[in-house]
Design a protein around this ligand. Structure first.
Ligand SMILES: [Zn+2]
Length: 245
């Protein structure tokens, strides 16, 4: 069976398309950030897919809004026993109340949070967020340094920020790359995929065939790294008859 894949951006939403030997077009919106993936019959082309997606855009936007609201609601209390992900590993939080400067550290399968008594959940979340960012700051420079000579591009600036719907983004004019702070929860291979993806945008703006070819050359297993990043395909799904669209 032959499969081809494409990337497209429709009204600011990144969409992965895979062409398969199937009868109907399938649109899925996946948590946590509302990633959109389309499985399309091989007899359709990018324009057919684009049209089908545009027709389902109100539905896609509703699913994404729901997922993002659910993410906000699942805000953690930051108490002992909660699980938190660090570099793809699920760790159990242990809060240790003691005077002095607050800090976090990993001890085996535990994430230890040392903080003075009475520190609010909000402040604890902030401590964890800062810690995640510091984890990323420790590894991103080496990854960029590794890939700069391979792609022959330089990254003059990068930073970490909270993003609702993207793992990374870049400004092609300035070369600035932004990384989602949530990447510290994911496997390091996924972070590397984002580094290479965003650096590849310095060579090719769009997610077209050329982009896919470049990625295949640099990081042949980028698809599995991306899938790992986007989690299990639980879904808000939509099936539609491709021919009728
Ligand atoms: Zn991209």
């Amino acid at each position: 069976m032959s499969t081809a894949s494409a990337y497209m951006t429709i009204r600011g939403i990144d969409i992965d398309v895979i062409y398969k030997d199937i009868k109907n077009l399938h649109i899925g919106v996946y948590p946590p950030m509302g990633r959109v993936r389309v499985a399309a019959p091989t007899q359709l082309d990018d324009d057919n897919v684009r049209l089908a997606v545009i027709q389902r855009l109100p539905w896609i936007k509703r699913q994404r809004a729901q997922m993002q609201a659910a993410e906000r609601q699942s805000e953690r209390e930051m108490i002992t026993g909660e699980s938190h992900y660090v570099w793809g590993n699920r760790l159990r939080l242990k809060v240790i109340e003691r005077p002095g400067r607050a800090h976090l550290e990993v001890d085996g399968d535990k994430l230890l949070l040392y903080a003075p008594e009475g520190v609010s959940p909000e402040r604890r979340r902030e401590l964890l967020d800062h810690w995640y960012r510091s984890q990323l700051r420790q590894v991103i420079p080496d990854l960029i340094a590794k890939w700069e000579p391979i792609l022959d591009v330089s990254v003059p600036r990068w930073s970490i920020r909270r993003m609702k719907t993207k793992w990374g983004s870049c400004n092609r004019e300035t070369g600035h790359i932004w990384f989602n702070a949530e990447l510290a929860k994911k496997h390091p291979e996924s972070l590397e995929y984002i580094v290479v993806h965003e650096m590849t945008h310095h060579l090719e703006r769009n997610h077209g065939e050329r982009f896919t070819k470049l990625m295949d050359g640099y990081l042949p297993n980028w698809r599995s790294r991306r899938d790992q990043l986007n989690g299990a395909p639980l879904a808000h799904e939509f099936w539609t008859d491709g021919a009728g669209e």
